[in-house]
Write a protein that binds this ligand. Sequence first.
Ligand code: 6PG
Length: 490
Amino acid sequence: MTSPQSATQGTAQIGVVGMAVMGSNLARNFASKGHTVAIYNRSPEKTRAVIQEHGHEGNFVPAETIEEFVASLERPRKAVIMVQAGAATDAVISQLVEAMDEGDIIIDGGNALFTDTIRREHEVAQTGRHFVGAGISGGEEGALHGPSIMPGGPAATWETLGPLLESISAKVDGEPCVTHIGPDGAGHFVKMVHNGIEYADMQVIGEAYHLLRYGAGLEPAAISAIFSEWNEGDLDSYLIEITAEVLRQVDARTGKPFIDVIVDAAGQKGTGRWTVKEALDLGVPTTGIGEAVFARALSSALAQREAAQRIGLPSGDLTTLAELGIDREQFVEDVRRALYASKLVAYAQGFDEINAGSQEYGWGIKPGDLARIWRGGCIIRAKFLNRITEAYERDPELPSLLLDPYFKGELANGLIDAWRRVVITATQLGLPVPVFASSLSYYDSLRAERLPAALIQGQRDFFGAHTYRRVDMEGTFHTAWSGDREELSY
Ligand code: 6PG
């Protein structure tokens, strides 16, 4: 145990800057694994509070200035920044660069935009220090008991950081949920897409809940029990588990189901949006993630939603499960399958984006490694990830997760038919299922032999001479639409 008085120069194996809950929990995690941990926060009260409350948990070296903090680190010094992404991160980086020496390593553990990480890595490298952007997932509990960690940065830093990060990460089947993802921004890119998948995963769970509640007419407590049951099978995951918890909760003030007292406007800090923006730039159709981000935006468009309630929008003829002659139990099972299928599409699209990003930025990311380190610690951890790991082990060049024999088999054995039924029924009931429905359209587009894109090419050529290619010969063509409609080849 170390008290502030016994702080020694150069004894801490790792340091953490930023003592908000994520930073302090990460520092406590390091300390619990036997590391001596230097801690620093801009306002020293927070550092003192951590020592007061948790100082007995391990060896902490509290510092009141950044210079003192840096001096307390063993060489090469290693400091993890856990402050707000953006300007605060840049400010801490320049302080650390100033106080550190060549060969020291600065790790940004926040949810930074990967392009910022690329810039920072470049700037810090010029000073001879190293910069590692590391995605850390798992929320407050994960930070304390074992997160999934996605470090980027120079490969050489992994030799120093690897054992430290492995010691604090989650473990699945004895394997640590951390690996070097790739150079510069690779780690933060992958964390960004992880969060995008998290958005889609949360939205499909939300859509399933909504159908069971307002389609099947089940109460939250009953739906909670259904989610708990689902958590025993293919859908076994952290997000399904906490969904059952949230739905089971009763509001202490009113005695109502807790879910009914929460304003139905979802917030977002930006990582889902970044995933979609980047997907647009890369030309990767991450429709599930996109619909999930838009669904949050629509839920938060309160003025429009209030106006729609006030003025009213025609619904057309709606029906009920009973009128449709659909058995409730069958519907519940269909919804489970639709959830599973839509989730599969979201993961397939997320991995497509990671592969495209890796190619674009030259990162050499191995998708199978990601599935492996996402099996534990992170928010999207799920039994399902084992299957994805196996899929990439079978074929590291898999063109789409949907084409893996295991997942193809799952889709064929009952998922697709249930998925179609659910999308049809939801439409007849007038209940929104943006990710279920768009994922099914994506799936049908992917398997279609012909797409209406031929018509779009024809239209583009008609109004803008944008040219087209033919199915039966090489070359580029244009039809003289406003003239004699002769076909010209280029
Ligand atoms: C995690 C989480 C974490 C956080 C995000 C998402 O992996 O531990 O993704 O990073 O919850 O900030 O938050 P929003 O839903 O507010 O975008």
